[in-house]
Write a protein that binds this ligand. Structure first.
Ligand code: CP
Ligand code: NVA
Length: 298
């Protein structure tokens, strides 16, 4: 059966750890020699496009960047027909889309793995890099606590799924109306490994007190630009600044998927501080995509 990676829980907890281990191997097998990986983008990207392309190159393969202007998902032809065509060219198809449903439609007809490079629902390849960055700092994942502040975005959802599966503690503080949904809460409870906890906190202080990791995301995601002012007003109290970081554990770290909006969700003081692992996290995008491809294709 073809394995897809549309959300973190398409892997088991042991498989996630295997992908992280593969990401840290220093020798890269030429697994993709003579093979291609199709990378479809409906939205812009710096990290995802470039890290994925280079990961494919490191495994001896050829990445092909496909914009939606060319592919025309459901405009020039259906998502299903596009998938049926390009699965004949590529060993893996990865796509960044607005509607998560498009990825599910690809997976339903594809005989090669489909990988989610960000949808409105989740960003699972980002979560792999987040986990690797956390493991590199703390030497473990189990029992590590993460405070998520601001918008409970696609990135927050995938990280929460991963955290529940790996026995971690999520503490979330968001403005009313921007937190996890009842459906999210049910999903997290169903995935929680023994010891994992998910807490919705009343205040930012409750979430960050002595926490190991503080993380946030842009206040408005791609496609939500028209909500910029409304969201900015609601999210301002959730900005990560030096006072917020000062309440975390002294050995704590700051994570951000990037791009950051300096002075909005995070101050430059925090992003450029020794506690910030945001750029290491961005570099880990390449290592974890290589680890995922290794796991999918080995
Ligand atoms: N973090 C992330 O996915 O960045 P890009 O949008 O630049 O790919
Ligand atoms: N939540 C952001 C993440 C960008 C990497 C977005 O979807 O735009």
């Amino acid at each position: 059966m073809t394995r897809h990676f549309l959300e973190v829980d398409d892997l088991s907890a042991d498989e996630i750890v295997a992908v992280l281990d593969a990401s840290e191997r220093s020798a890269y097998p030429a697994l993709l020699a003579g093979k291609g990986v199709g990378l479809i983008f409906e939205k812009p990207s710096l990290r995802t496009r470039n890290s994925c392309e280079m990961a494919v190159v490191q495994l001896g393969g050829h990445p092909v960047f496909i914009t939606d202007a060319e592919a025309g998902l459901d405009r020039r032809e259906s998502v299903e027909d596009i998938t049926r065509v390009i699965e004949g060219y590529f060993s893996v198809i990865a796509a960044r889309v607005f509607e998560h449903r498009k990825l599910e439609r690809m997976a339903a007809v594809s005989t090669v793995p489909i990988v989610n490079l960000l949808s409105d629902d989740g960003h699972p390849v980002q979560a792999l890099a987040d986990l690797l960055t956390i493991r590199q700092h703390f030497g473990r994942l189990e029992n590590v606590s993460i405070a998520w502040l601001g918008d409970f975005s696609n990135v927050a959802r995938s990280l929460s799924i991963a955290a529940m599966m790996l026995g971690m503690h999520m503490k979330v503080s968001t403005p009313p109306g921007y937190g996890p949904t009842a459906q999210d809460m049910e999903r997290f409870a169903g995935l929680a490994k023994q010891g994992a906890t998910f807490e919705v906190c009343e205040t930012v202080g409750d979430a960050v007190k002595q926490v190991d990791v503080v993380s946030t995301d842009a206040w408005y995601s791609m496609g939500q630009e028209e909500e910029k002012t409304k969201r900015g007003d609601a999210m301002r109290p959730y900005r990560v600044d030096a006072t917020v970081m000062g309440q975390a554990d002294p050995d704590g770290i700051f994570l951000h998927c990037l791009p950051a909006h300096r002075g909005e969700e995070v101050t430059s003081e925090v992003l450029d501080s020794p506690q910030s692992r945001a750029f290491q996290q961005a570099h880990n995008r390449m290592h974890t995509f290589r680890g995922l491809l290794t796991w999918l294709c080995e």
